[in-house]
Design a protein around this ligand. Structure first.
Ligand code: AHM
Ligand code: MG
Length: 332
């Protein structure tokens, strides 16, 4: 029987053999994985664990919080605050940053997360997930929100954990993408795929079609051409998928290719998009690039956008290289 490689062993080897990550970052990733395991347990319990439904509160973005949004946020904070590897955390569910309390040692990393992505799918038993991004804290005393405002290309680790038919942790530390499936009997994540690659071409797109009348001309043109199929300018039939959990849509793209779009639209013209740059677009953009795909906002590489605010929103087009380049090329 070939030896199963656990996430712990994978990370130890990344540190010891490949000298790819320092021990503090290894610990951080182990702790995030442990928190995801615990969120996965809560998700699986569903109604039996009284975790479904609304919490009756709004988050900083004015979105109704679900019970699981809050549970997942607390699990991640409780797991990460005492280990000494972090200086501060930031989350979709918290307005400001969470500085590690004085009673614990301060580390040199910053962790950002969307604790429960795909909130609208929680109660209907469809895949959801946790997205995370890790940055190095800039030199200097203390820690502030400003320290988080780094471009996505400065991330030192990023990933997500999808809670679906399987619980799968997907990770990059900048040398490719690896996937780990949770073995529930053993209680550990086991390496199930390395060197994940996204095919450069695809016949599958993902977009919320109900917003079509609000789109800008370049996105409308791209989707119109896909819909025209074999008889249209693309000369091939396209398939469509939209899970409405970014983790699930990105996971499918990492698995079999495709293109994902959540573009700016005219519903709220002052907002640059729906998805958040720091803890959704940046980590997903980096994973996609690490798997050979491309991620842009229609004009520029997502990872090169200089963030101005923690909860900044952004237009997102990512996935199979040739499709993302095509739709980006349609933008003036
Ligand atoms: P959330 O972080 O509050 O769950 O919102 C983000 C989600 C993404 O996972 C998904 O791609 C998108 O919102 C779906 O939006 P819509 O319901 O407009 O299709
Ligand atoms: Mg989200």
């Amino acid at each position: 029987m070939s030896a199963r490689i656990s996430l712990t062993r994978y990370l130890v080897e990344k540190q010891r053999v490949h000298d790819r990550i320092p021990s503090d970052l290894r610990l951080l990733l182990e702790v995030v994985a442990r928190a995801c395991k615990s969120i996965s347990h809560a998700v699986t319990k569903g109604a039996l664990g009284d975790v479904l439904g609304s919490a009756g509160t709004d988050n900083v973005q004015g979105e109704i919080q679900k019970k699981l949004d809050i549970i997942a946020n607390e699990v991640l904070i409780d797991a990460n605050e005492w280990g000494g590897h972090l200086a501060a955390m930031a989350s979709e569910e918290m307005e400001g940053i969470y500085v590690v309390p004085n009673r614990y040692p301060q580390g040199e990393y910053l962790l950002m997360f969307d604790p429960l992505d795909g909130s609208s799918n929680i109660d209907v038993n469809v895949s959801i997930g946790t997205i995370f991004s890790v940055l190095k804290k800039p030199e200097g005393a203390g820690v502030s929100e400003q320290d988080f405002l780094q471009c996505g290309h400065q991330q030192v680790a990023a990933g997500y954990c999808i809670y679906g038919p399987q619980t799968t942790l997907v990770l990059t530390v900048g040398d490719g993408v690896a996937m780990f499936t949770l073995d529930r009997e053993q209680g550990s994540f086991i390496l199930t795929q390395e060197d994940v690659r996204i095919p450069e071409d695809t016949k599958e797109f993902a977009i919320n079609m109900s917003n079509m009348r609000h789109w800008d001309a370049p996105v409308k043109r791209y989707i119109d051409e896909c819909l025209a199929g074999k008889q249209g300018p693309r000369g091939k039939d396209f398939n469509m998928r939209w899970v409405a959990s970014m983790v699930a849509d990105v996971h499918r793209i990492l698995t079999r290719g495709g293109v994902f779009l959540y573009p700016w639209d005219k519903r709220e013209p002052d907002k640059p998009g729906k998805l958040r740059l720091m803890y959704e677009a940046n980590p997903m953009g980096w994973l996609v690039e690490q798997a050979g795909g491309t991620a842009t906002d229609g004009k520029q590489r997502i990872l090169d956008i200089q963030p101005k605010k923690l909860h900044q929103r952004v237009s997102v087009i990512l996935g199979s290289k040739n499709e993302v380049e095509r739709v980006t090329g349609y933008h003036p």
